[in-house]
Design a protein. Sequence first.
Lengths: 591, 180
Amino acid sequence: MSDKSHDPNQMTGAAMIVRALIDHGVTDIFGYPGGAVLPIYDEIFQQSEVQHILVRHEQGAGHAAEGYARSTGKPGVALVTSGPGATNMVTPLTDALMDSIPLVCISGQVPTHLIGNDAFQECDTVGITRPCTKHNWLVRDVNDLAKVLHEAFYVATSGRPGPVLVDVPKDVQFATGTYHPPRKSDVHRSYAPRVKGDATQIRKAVSLLANAKRPVIYSGGGVINSGSEATHLLRELVEVTGFPITSTLMGLGAYPASGKNWLGMLGMHGTYEANMTMHDCDVMLCVGARFDDRITGRVDAFSPGSKKIHIDIDPSSINKNIRVDVPIIGDCGNVLGDILQVFKAEAKKPDIKSWWQQIAQWRARNSLYYKKSSDVILPQHAIQALFEQTRGKDTYITTEVGQHQMWAAQFYGFEEPHRWMTSGGLGTMGYGLPAAVGVQVAHPDSLVIDIAGDASVQMTMQEMSTAVQYELPIKIFILNNQYMGMVRQWQQLLHGNRLSHSYSEALPDFVKLAEAYGAVGLQVHKPADLDGAIKEMISVKRPVLFDCRVAALENCFPMIPSGKAHNEMLLPEQANDEATAKAFAGGKALV
Amino acid sequence: MNQPASAYFIEDRHDPNETHTLAVLVQNEPGVLARVIGLFSGRGYNIESLTVSETEAQKHLSRITIVTTGTPMVIAQIKNQLDRMIPVYQVVDMTQTKRSIERELAMVKVRGQGEHRVEALRLADAFRARVIDATTESFVFEITGNTDKINQYIDLMRPLGLVEVSRTGVAAIGRGPEGM
């Protein structure tokens, strides 16, 4: 007995949690205390290795952890209490699942003997979060806790990354048991993601690429998740083959926007040249993307004449939406490395000069055109101005969801991965502000900007208080058009311009709001004042709410009407009433 | 051409539905069945039959046998979705192997008198169903076989006074000496 009491691995469940965080290299966590996690908070209080960031709502903790994870490549960690704490995490967990973000959430639970009794702040957390996590656990015995925590980190970060949740009843936090450091046997033997691509498939892919006349590379968030090696290899592949490259919303930054082979983003609000290249190509190399419906448009008219190669670490992504000819299951970095090796050894750069000429013609359509004004700030212009002012700076961009998000994707040029944090799959309004908090915690000296909309930003506005408390100088750049712009755009295009509840009748005064939080508020109305105001925003070393009043009725183009093919894009100069009506004929049932 | 307004209303192909029997080997731990069932309900897949029981206690392994229907693309998707779950060891499409035996057990209660009773016993004999409970006015039959055989037997019992049926769902195993 006396031996055991001196065993440094004997500790309470709460101490194990903090110890496991340290063992996994976690330095920052985001959370909110409550009855069922008080033992863990007590442990946090008594140490200094893990910094805890107190948010104002659990959803904020989740998105902050996501921003932290996406900007560092490390897992984000959130700590919440039972019941409402856990249910408030459902949105970020689902968001992280859709965008494959490694997130470890630790939730408190009522004591084991009360589970099932409808106890105060009890909910079936593992039941509720089962469909919105990669895996989750309820730990009923303190001696299982170390194993589960280690496995949780492994599952979150390996294979296709994703969110996990560990639910720890309060009595387990108090109980004493044996801790052990991470070891291989902590992980289910049934879990073994495939990393290396099949050699035969890789040869098939190289042969297709080498003989392509009209190739395109379509890359996604998987390249960024795979790590910096995958990004380098992707860039090298583009260099070696000379192929044009486009990317999904999630994949921006893997290939630099200033690169000469860059076509811009593809999909519903992608560029004309990217979508036409996808439609008319003969060989498509999809790397770490999943043929989402915002990308493909009409599935049966998606790139009808092409042979498709699909690299994905998740076998369930293969042939889910689009049938592909050469599936390669494996890690993007690993497979790209193999493809490059075989290509360099056995193939030479295909001659695709005429394909590039065709692409040049599409580019010449200038699909991102908009008409500047000297009276009002166009939102596109605001993003461009922000881009120009921050170019060359150590900048991270997050966004909310809506028109401003698409404009940011179209007009802000990303040169590096991990610099762009946006809610792609789930489309979570309110993601950007807390995500910016998380990014700033990870990169205290960098410039972190949330490109926001006036509607989205109000969904998680309370996290301004977090930013002020921890002196996180995040910049909230609000494109304020007083509408839920994307909702209104669809109502205009599809619902006879009946603007049902898409106008915010009573917006707060964002400048005063900023001041109320102890932050800095700026407002700009005139295009002439924009650059100066942005400069001021950047130079202020405090959190800023930047109220950028933009043209209220501007819409986001180009656009593939949902249910149409890539070659049926609506371009900005065509977006007059008649063409719009025609493009969306009978389209009221749009999603 | 009248195009659907949304990509979600476009069905890319109209492949015919197929019925497949999947054998899923899982770690026997709390919630594992809920995960599997949740996957089916959450993604809108069909479950025609589901059987689950621990098969190797010392290794904590359970075997779930699922009969499902869908287009070949959906069936492939179901297998991949199952396979990527953390506690799932292996998913075998027993239908695709074309070398599997499927059995189901049913208990069938029939109530009747006179000629109906005699006829029920005669049919039971023909189907190799056993009587496992009897009163002067009822029988409970136990019958084993594939799903078609059991359906057929139940149909025959209906006019003879069928009261209720309890079925186990399908269990399947591969032919030959090799394990899964």
